[in-house]
Design a protein around this ligand. Structure first.
Ligand SMILES: NC(=O)c1ccc[n+]([C@@H]2O[C@H](COP(=O)([O-])OP(=O)(O)OC[C@H]3O[C@@H](n4cnc5c(N)ncnc54)[C@H](O)[C@@H]3O)[C@@H](O)[C@H]2O)c1
Ligand SMILES: [Zn+2]
Length: 378
């Protein structure tokens, strides 16, 4: 088992990464959360939030492990199961769960466990952040994206009809338990989507990691623990520097996300998974880096090859509206002039910097490139 410690003073915690950990979740949590609470762990109520697919695969195993570790409910209710989806990562769902906690008179010694991907983690974290102004929270991520990104860093939140993640709070978990075995049942497209974030970490901070993942990664690869550990460590160091996103260091994590988010918005969030949109955004950002930050062309091509090796899209579907992407990026002039879009660019693989302003002509050129298959590119 690998451990990455996230050092945030009183809010510090460990991220545990390995295989077969789900079976040990209760025991691992017990160790991690027992000392700072007035009640003994045995009297701690616990609410597991998950979603239907994850429930069918893993809820029983997780719950058995929690029961074995003494997480029994003394106030007379069964572990709750709350199905969620991106549409239901909402205030309404959060309200329902909050009311359940209140009806069962759960006190501050209660714990919320998020068993699932980023949707479950964000929602469960938001509930844990707001119930009684904050109760214990444990993340058990079951998607690659959640393991390397959303379960670490303390950002929690829900969507509004007006936009994604508009309501939220910073609330760090007490522990993150990432069981790589759960990735075996993850749909292949979801695994690839998580790989987009992994490639991003390599591109912005770690050339050796980039070189490894450029060969392609599969859920049963024996070095997957090291790959996830490296990503989590990169995110942990950035979060340690800028826990509440006030200094700008966290911006590096947005490599590929400016155009990626615009693609998601322009396609109504229903054409590409987040990681797929980010893959396209990284291809664009790689060439912007060539044109404006001195990234060698050969390295931009390495990024493209890495995306392809990990089954990620590098070309936009022809029906995606170019004008809609540009408008999602904001007023054309502002993109370049007012610096509303702060771009993260690469000087070389493994070295990124933020705060770049790019010319609108180059933004348009980069988007046009996304309609061009790799083989036709000069
Ligand atoms: N808090 C943060 O810092 C942060 C960072 C990035 C993304 N996010 C959020 O994360 C969310 C996306 O998370 P995601 O990509 O994990 O998506 P997700 O939670 O929707 O999971 C993807 C799909 O995989 C299924 N699934 C999950 N684990 C599985 C498993 N082991 N086996 C089989 N099926 C499984 C889920 O049921 C779902 O259908 C978004 O809401 C995004 O806003 C948050
Ligand atoms: Zn992302």
């Amino acid at each position: 088992m690998k451990t990455v410690h996230v050092d945030l003073g009183p809010r510090s915690y460990d991220v545990l990464i390995g295989r077969g950990l789900l079976d040990r979740t209760g025991e691992l949590m017990r160790k991690e959360t027992r000392c700072d609470l007035p009640n003994s762990i045995e009297t701690k109520p616990i609410l597991v939030i998950t979603d239907p697919s994850v429930k069918s695969h893993y809820f029983e195993k997780a719950w058995n492990s929690l029961s074995r570790a003494g997480y029994i409910n003394l106030s007379g209710y069964d572990p709750e199961f709350t199905p969620v989806s991106e549409e239901r990562k909402s205030l309404e769902t959060a309200g329902k769960i909050l009311r359940t906690l209140a009806q069962h008179r759960v006190s501050r010694s209660g714990t919320i466990v998020a068993l699932g991907g980023g949707v479950v983690g964000d929602l469960a974290g938001f509930v844990a952040a707001t119930y009684l102004r904050g109760i214990n929270f444990v993340q058990v991520p079951t998607t690659l994206l959640a393991m390397v990104d959303s379960s670490v860093g303390g950002k929690t939140g829900v969507n509004l009809p007006e936009g994604k993640n508009l309501v939220g709070a910073f609330h760090q978990p007490k522990l993150v338990v990432a069981d790589l075995d759960t990735l075996k049942t993850l749909p292949a497209s979801e695994f690839s989507a998580g790989m987009a974030e992994v490639i991003k970490y390599g591109a912005i901070k770690d050339k050796a990691l980039f070189d490894r993942v450029a060969k392609g990664v599969k859920p049963d690869d024996s070095d997957l623990d090291e790959i996830v550990e490296k990503c989590v460590a990169i995110k942990a160091r950035i979060v340690e520097d800028d826990e509440f996103e006030t200094k700008g260091q966290r911006a590096l994590l947005n490599f590929g996300h400016t155009i990626g988010h615009a693609i998601e918005k322009a396609t109504g969030y229903n054409t590409y998974l987040h990681g797929e949109a980010i893959a396209l955004g990284m291809r664009a950002a790689a060439w912007l880096s060539v044109w404006q930050a001195g990234l060698p062309e050969a390295e931009a091509r390495e990024i493209e090859a890495s995306l392809i090796a990990n089954h990620l899209p590098v070309t936009l579907k022809s029906e995606v509206d170019r004008a809609a992407i540009l408008s999602a990026l904001g007023n054309d002039k502002k993109v370049a002039v007012d610096g509303l879009n702060r771009w993260v660019l690469l000087k070389k693989l493994g070295e990124a910097s933020s705060g770049h302003e790019v010319s609108i002509d180059n933004v348009k050129k980069a988007i046009d490139l996304l309609y061009t298959p790799i083989s036709h590119q000069s």
